[in-house]
Design a protein. Structure first.
Length: 158
């Protein structure tokens, strides 16, 4: 084991692709084995989905905007320059991933398939294990006690 500092989170793929692939897989599976939420889809369900999608995009976007205001890397393949604890980062350490999860749920309603909800569990596990845990390991290495204090104050998801 080496004590060399970690230079980035070690995530080598754009995390939004995990959400996108989950939705695409749900569509493909649903073509072969339809599992509709409510066929025909009621208008309220479509509107609920749009609301979740919009809320998720706005929340994730506020996380991106907050990172940009603090001039730190948005993508996990670049090193962070500061610990951001303002804006949505006061409520959750991962507003971008939480917002994308909300948008995914909204898309699940719009797509009208249980498969998207079933695959959501795997999507969140991949984001948690392959992305967030790596990011947290990196941030602990890069910022030490400052990140640990932030981590003690703010929950990972909500």
């Amino acid at each position: 084991m080496t004590n060399e500092p970690i230079h980035d989170a070690g995530v080598r793929f754009p995390p939004p692709l995990v959400y996108l692939f989950g939705l695409l897989a749900a569509l493909i599976i649903n073509r072969a084995r339809p599992l509709w939420l409510a066929a025909p889809e009621p208008r309220w369900m479509f509107l609920l989905g749009l609301c979740f999608m919009l809320a998720g995009l706005l929340f994730a976007g506020s996380g991106v905007a907050t990172f940009r205001r603090h001039r730190t890397a948005v993508v996990p393949f670049h090193p962070a320059s500061v610990i951001v604890s303002s804006g949505p980062y006061r409520m959750t350490r991962n507003p971008m991933y939480l917002g994308m999860a909300g948008s995914y749920v909204g898309c699940s309603f719009v797509l009208d398939t249980w498969w998207a909800f079933i695959l959501f569990v795997g999507v969140v596990l991949i984001i948690d294990r392959a992305v967030i845990r790596r990011e947290e390991r990196y941030l602990t290495s890069a910022f030490g006690a400052e990140y640990e204090a932030y981590r003690g104050r703010v929950r990972r998801w909500v």
